[in-house]
Design a protein around this ligand. Structure first.
Ligand SMILES: [Zn+2]
Length: 416
């Protein structure tokens, strides 16, 4: 009977290999077309090559058509090791990165990996390269053991995570890759101590408001309708109204309430002595999942209607992004239990469940009725210049995944 300690030791012994694989990834740009990139194809080829020499039974490519990139598709890779039952435990990581931003802000070039004091620097090292490499090495270590797979084991490498998921995880869900009862891990959010498991996300609602009044000379405001003043009153009133009406608290989340924030505002008139006839601004709303997003939208439209009548303006409300959140993943589920045990054993911390206002691939699984858990250990350098991955975290996260997979796929076959 193999022991869990041996499995963890085997993962640890691949430290150099993990650093090498992550360094290779950093050298291959994988930026989506929204950000001026050519997509993930070269990175996917590199990864497919590794996977085809691994112990997975099937390595399938799912190409999502995308006219915006040269080869007209975005690659997704699904590697699967069959189990005795139809159910599978999946780890999902994304291949794409955001662009490096201002190159002058980087101490070393973003596509040249550099290892300094146990940190591997490079674009995408932490987001999401660390998780990707950790998942591959964890799966390979487990498949090298002399054990039987009860549940299947899958590693999914997706495209298009940084700009909407349409050509990535949403495409795979539509293709029917996943089944009810599958357990999913999405290591794409975490803390420096690895002490949080994200099990829920807020609804995300971005709205654009266009307030139309009447433009006149600033010396005769009596003849016009100042759209900026009306817009400003509307902003303050609307936020106050929403905050009062949707006031329930949920300690799972930080902050523990729904938020309704005015963020971006376009320039009104270019000169001081004109009363602006139009005011355009945006709200970013993060709403607790217990509320229905459609009700919030109809409330906002109603408030806008009342304002129109009172002020003689016209207020157009348009959604820019509407991502509904699925129900929180099961705290008592097998996936959660296996993860808590593994994190405690490898890292010596007891993670607590949390909800976040941001969005990950996990939400799409929850919407489809599956439990998805988001966990990893990161210094939270994502989307910043000089992004790095702590190599100790890379190795320990791989050990946690190996333990979770051993538990869920080959339960009872390891000596503790
Ligand atoms: Zn990410």
């Amino acid at each position: 009977m193999p022991s869990l300690e041996q499995l963890l030791e085997q993962v640890r012994s691949h430290r150099e290999g993990m650093v090498e694989a992550l360094s290779d990834l950093i050298r291959i740009p994988a930026i989506g077309p929204e950000n001026g990139g050519t997509g993930e194809i070269e990175r996917a080829r590199y990864l497919r090559d590794i996977l085809e020499h691994s112990k997975f039974d099937d390595v399938e490519m799912y190409d999502a058509i995308d006219e915006r990139v040269r080869l007209r598709f975005r690659p997704n890779i699904v590697a699967h090791r069959r189990g005795k039952v139809e159910k599978t435990v999946w780890i999902v990581a994304h291949m794409d990165t955001v662009p490096p931003g201002d190159l002058n802000a980087w101490d070393t070039p973003p596509f040249s990996p550099r290892l300094v004091d146990g940190k591997l620097y490079g674009l995408g090292s932490e987001d999401n390269g660390q998780a990707l490499v950790a998942a591959l090495f964890a799966a390979e270590a487990l498949m090298n053991q002399d054990v039987e797979f009860e549940r299947g084991l899958g590693v999914v490498l997706v495209a298009d995570e940084e700009a909407g998921n349409e050509k990535g995880i949403q495409f795979l869900l539509r293709e029917g890759v996943f089944k009810q009862g599958d357990i999913i891990f999405v290591p794409d959010h975490g803390t420096p101590r690895g002490d949080e498991v994200e099990i829920a996300e807020k609804h995300i609602l971005w709205l654009k408001f266009t307030v139309s009044g009447k433009q006149v000379h600033a010396s005769r405001p009596d003849l016009g309708i100042n759209a900026m003043r009306m817009g400003s009153e509307f902003i303050v009133f609307l936020q106050d109204f929403l905050q009062r009406k949707y006031c329930e608290l949920d300690e799972l989340f930080t902050p523990d309430r729904s938020t309704f924030e005015p963020t971006k505002r376009l320039q009104t008139v270019g000169n001081v002595n004109t009363i602006p006839g139009e005011d355009i601004f945006f709200f970013d709303c993060r709403i607790l999942p217990r509320y229905d997003m459609d009700t919030v939208i109809s409330d906002i439209t109603a408030v806008a209607g009342i304002f129109e009548q009172k002020t003689g303006t016209q207020i157009k409300v348009e959604p820019v992004q509407m991502t509904k959140s699925g129900p929180p993943s099961d705290l008592e589920g097998e996936g959660m239990k296996a993860l808590l045990y593994a994190v405690q054993r490898v890292r010596g911390v007891e993670p607590k469940p949390v909800g976040i206002g941001g969005g990950t691939c996990a939400n799409f699984f929850r919407l489809a009725g599956m439990d998805a858990y988001v966990w990893q250990t990161i210094d939270e350098r994502c989307h910043q210049p000089n992004e790095y991955c702590v190599v100790d975290n890379l190795v320990a996260d791989a050990q946690v995944f190996a333990s979770v997979l051993a538990d869920l796929c080959c339960g009872g076959q390891f000596k503790d």
